[in-house]
Design a protein around this ligand. Structure first.
Ligand code: CP
Length: 309
């Protein structure tokens, strides 16, 4: 039995297979409509979510399975003091696979250790968000053709943004990927990412504060929201929240084929006037999230093709 805690839990070959499967699902959805007949997915969300929870649920329903779960800690027995470990051990009796989101780093790992079913980390605090990374990789590979030879700008809250941490970890495995880290000083990537991931692996990167300076060199711009829920005080959040706003004028500085991605939700960091730009790919990205989660469920349930899991 396998869990998914980090994008690095999958080898490059497994990842390629999973992305190939997601592309096939996109092109031939009917082929997969009964692959999970009789199977159940539990979504255990201790933190708010729209995309991750609902795309997991849509993924399982598209595969012919069913879903159950809770969407806040308050509506589960966590409110009475139950541990994530006990909760997951019990949910193992009710479902075949589970996705868990929790505000504490490492909670998904703890949940997986006593689980009798595959557990997927759907976001643990400021740490990792591996299924968002799978979504990002599928979007880039499908729209750009490959994951090699790209310069990607990561912009915004690089300190608390778990999607950024997961994506950097995943992309360093591809050839000739360069990172431009665009953030105010207070929201720079954590030292462990800069030193243990980028520098240790000799990955080229630069850190900038001005988005305008970075725009002309990017193949992909990955915007992120300032993570209000992870700030210790409201004043700091208010000072930082509108530090970057991508708008039409800034898009004029970009390459004609640069892609704009965002894990969403957005607040103010991308002006709505960018939405109609053909380079804005963030809503497509949300759609790819369903295909890749379908592929992940099939992979973890060891689907062999042509039969049900
Ligand atoms: N991208 C993402 O994780 O969105 P939600 O918080 O809505 O799930």
């Amino acid at each position: 039995m396998r869990h998914l805690m980090s994008p690095l839990d999958l080898s490059i070959e497994e990842l390629d297979n999973l992305l190939d499967l997601a592309n096939d699902i996109e092109n031939h959805p009917r082929k997969y409509a009964h692959a999970c007949d009789g199977k159940k997915l539990a979504t255990c969300f201790y933190e708010p979510s729209t995309r991750t929870r609902l795309s997991f649920e849509a993924a399982m329903l598209n595969l012919g399975g069913s879903v159950l779960g809770f969407s806040s800690a308050d509506s589960s027995s966590a409110a009475k003091g139950e541990s994530v470990s006990d909760t997951m051990r019990v949910i193992s009796c009710y479902a075949d696979i589970a996705a868990i989101r929790h505000p504490k780093e490492g909670a998904a790992l703890v949940a997986s250790q006593k689980s009798l079913i595959p557990v997927i980390n759907a976001g643990d605090g400021g740490h990792q968000h591996p299924t968002q990374t799978l979504t990002d990789l599928l979007t880039i590979r499908t729209l750009k053709g490959c994951l090699d030879n790209i310069t990607i700008g990561l912009c915004g809250d690089l300190k608390f943004g778990r999607t950024v941490h997961s994506l950097i970890n995943a992309l360093i495995r591809y050839a000739n990927v360069k990172f431009v880290l665009i953030s105010p000083d207070e929201l720079r990537v954590p030292d462990y990412i800069r030193e243990d991931v980028l520098e240790k692996n000799n990955i080229p990167y630069e850190e900038l504060e001005r988005l305008e300076q970075a725009m002309p060199m990017l193949d992909i711009l990955y915007m992120t929201r300032v993570q209000k829920e992870r700030f210790f005080n409201e004043e700091d959040y208010i000072r930082m929240k509108d530090f970057y706003i991508l708008n039409k004028e800034k898009m004029e500085l970009a390459k004609p084929d640069m892609l704009v991605l965002h894990p969403l939700p957005r607040v103010n960091e991308i002006s709505v006037d960018v939405d109609d730009d053909p380079r804005a790919a963030y809503f497509k990205q949300a759609q790819y999230g369903v295909y890749v989660r379908m592929a992940l469920i099939l992979t973890l349930l060891k689907w062999k093709g042509d039969t049900t899991c």
